[in-house]
Every structure is written in structure tokens, then in C-alpha cells.
Design a protein around this ligand. Structure first.
Ligand code: PEP
Ligand code: MN
Length: 266
């Protein structure tokens, strides 16, 4: 049975510079200079439609960098003013939603660690009532499609119709080449249940390693996913988080040139 979601197509949400939609930017905003420099390089490629950056980043274990916090919103705002790129940020609490909306962020996303928790998702959904903003929901950390669907439904029930899913892979006990197993069948199942729901692939968090990104991104496009979210840092070797999987803006541009869009069947 198909899901009963009220949706608006992706191309009505924002201007898409190139197909597929590309959301790119650092895993974490680190400093204002790092974010602005990365944003300018990404904008110059002409291929990026949205700038992403994490600012609230509790890590798996405490004691390390946990995100710059709300100050990052002012950096994102400046990056948008200087480059014209709309911005996207992860929100995990009602307060994050309120602050991001007040700062003029254009797209919000729910992270994999939040999608697992219906309390958190409902809190975010309640904070979104009466708001017209695109929201993307990452798959939960664990391979449970019902949690993913439930989170999408909660956000949609709050009135968000510019709604999409992000496929970022799933934790697995098995150690493979991937940081998070793609388990493509779960994304395919979601597409079957909600054919009009845009699905964006996040090869960065699936791969955990920049060498594999092209392969995973191509596979996502072959499966008709409508966009990519790829982490990009002006110098990944010194990134404060997810250093191994980030790519420079120049490498991202080359990678996008190597991908082929599936031709519509005639
Ligand atoms: C991120 O996008 O930087 C992030 C923390 O991702 P995820 O929620 O997929 O782990
Ligand atoms: Mn990351």
C-alpha cells in the first residue's frame, strides 16, 4: 500500500543549478573563514545548489569537538549573502528549529540519530507547524524502514509538504568497505511506497572514505534518486570531523563530471 503523503516536487522547492540536485558543504562548520572559503569554492563550481554545514554535532562519545553551535548560523547567513547559495543545517531539537528559522536557513534536515527516536521527531515536527520550509529526513541509524517512514509521516502531518528523504546507509555489525551499509533495498522499498517522495543519496556517510563516493553516487543515480548530499571541505586533511570522507570543492566538481544521469527511456 502506498503511503499517504502530501508532497510538492523537488523542482518547486528551489532552483536546481544542475541535475541531480547537489547539496554540498563541510561536515561541520569549524570557523567562519573555513565555511566562507569552502562556500565560495563550491559556488564557483556552478554545480552546487545548496550549502550544507553541521553546527550542532554531539558525537558518538563526548569529549571531542561537538559543533560550533548557534554562532554557525551567522556564518551560514553570511555565506549565503556572499555566494547566493541557499543553506541547509541539521536540527535535532525544537530550539534548533526555532533558531535556524530565525536565522533564515533555507532547508532543514533531521539526522540519522534523531530519526531513530519518535519523541525527538515529534518535537521537531511540532516546532515546524505553520512553517513552509523544505525538510529532509535521513534514514535511521539502524535498518528499520518503519522508523524512517514514521519520521517522514510525523513531519508531513505537521504540514511540511516540501519533504524528502536522505539515504545515508545503515549501521551493521558486519565490517565491510562501507562505513554504513547502503542496503539499497530499503531505499528502493521507500521509493516504491512513496513514488513522489524525493530521495537524496548521501554517499559521504555511506562510504566513510572519499575513494568510494563516485561508485555509490553513480549507483544512486542509476536507481533514479533525485539528488546527492556530499561533504566538501576546502582542506579535508585537516577537517575536524569526517576527514576521510570529505572531498575538496575541486574534487567534487570533477566527480560530478564523471557521473552519468540515467537517460529517460523512450
Ligand atoms: C552529517 O550529515 O554530518 C551527519 C551527522 O550525518 P548522519 O546523521 O547521517 O550521521
Ligand atoms: Mn559528517
Amino acid at each position: 500500500m502506498k503511503l499517504n503523503l502530501k508532497l510538492q516536487p523537488l523542482n518547486t522547492w528551489l532552483e536546481i543549478k544542475n541535475e541531480p540536485l547537489l547539496i554540498a558543504g563541510p561536515c561541520s562548520a569549524e570557523t567562519e573563514d573555513q565555511l566562507l572559503a569552502t562556500a565560495h569554492l563550491l559556488a564557483k563550481t556552478g554545480k552546487v545548489s545548496v550549502l550544507r554545514a553541521g553546527i550542532w554535532k554531539p558525537r558518538t562519545r563526548p569529549g571531542e569537538f561537538e559543533g560550533v553551535g548557534s554562532i554557525g548560523l551567522t556564518w551560514l547567513k553570511r555565506a549565503k549573502e556572499e555566494t547566493g547559495l541557499p543553506t541547509a543545517v541539521e536540527v535535532a531539537t525544537a530550539k534548533h528549529v526555532e533558531e535556524a528559522l530565525a536565522a533564515g536557513v533555507d532547508i532543514l534536515w533531521v539526522g540519522a540519530r534523531s530519526t531513530v527516536n519518535p519523541f525527538t521527531v515529534q518535537e521537531i515536527a511540532d516546532a515546524l507547524k505553520g512553517v513552509d520550509i523544505p525538510v529532509l529526513v535521513k534514514n535511521p541509524v539502524n535498518p528499520d524502514i518503519q522508523l524512517w517512514i514514521g519520521a517522514l509521516e510525523r513531519i508531513n502531518n505537521a504540514g511540511i509538504t516540501k519533504l524528502g528523504a536522505i539515504h545515508r546507509g545503515f549501521s551493521s555489525y558486519e565490517k565491510t568497505a562501507f562505513r554504513n551499509e547502503p542496503m539499497w533495498e530499503l531505499a528502493i522499498q521507500l521509493k516504491t511506497l512513496a513514488p513522489d517522495l524525493p530521495i537524496i543519496n548521501d554517499p559521504s556517510h555511506i562510504c566513510g572514505n572519499r575513494e568510494l563516493i563516485q561508485y555509490v553516487a553513480q549507483k544512486a543515480l542509476d536507481l533514479d534518486m533525485q539528488g546527492l548530499m556530499i561533504e566538501s571541505h576546502l582542506d579535508p586533511s585537516v577537517a575536524w570531523t569526517d576527514a576521510k570522507q570529505q572531498v575538496t570543492p575541486a574534487a567534487l566538481s570533477e566527480l560530478m563530471d564523471l557521473l552519468t544521469l540515467r537517460k529517460p527511456e523512450i
